[in-house]
Structures are given as structure tokens and as C-alpha cells.
Write a protein of this length. Sequence first.
Length: 103
Amino acid sequence: MFRIKKERPKYYFPKEKSGICVVKRNDESDEDLVKRFKRKFAKSGISKEVKERLSFEKPSDKKRRKKAQSIRAIKREEEKVRKAQLRKIKRRRKNKNDRSNKR
């Protein structure tokens, strides 16, 4: 019997699935490889965790910091929604003006 090989995606590197490992791709420069590694490392959150573990933070301070973070996130979301609504209103006004100018 003949066995049909399944084609793998262009950038399939099984070694990269475990941990923060980066394998050099064909036609990839060293700078791009380092960039990819840095991005992967930043997304993993290891550096953030190391910084947190370097110094002790009181539980009450942790709560206060997390509460402040959540408040900032909520405000950011509200600001996004408000800007989107303003853009919508401006588009409507612009469309209205365009229609009246055509007549």
C-alpha cells in the first residue's frame, strides 16, 4: 500500500511548540529571528512575573493596584465607545450634507 504524506504548513516547526524556542526559518535574517524571539518572550509574561517576584507587595497594595487597573481599563473602553459614536454622527452629517449638495 502507498502512504500519502500530508503537507505541512509553510512554517511548521514542531520544536517551537514547547516553551520559548525559536527556530530559524528559510530566508530569515538574524534580526528578524531576534525580533520574533523578543515578541514571543514578551507575550509569555515571564519578564513581568520576574519583576513582580523581585520585591514583596502587600496584599492591600495589590488589591489597590488591580482596582486602579480595572478602572483605567473601563475608562478606556468607554472612551473607545464614545469616539466610535462621534465618528458615526460625523459620517451621518457628512452624508446628509453630500445629499443636499447634489440636489
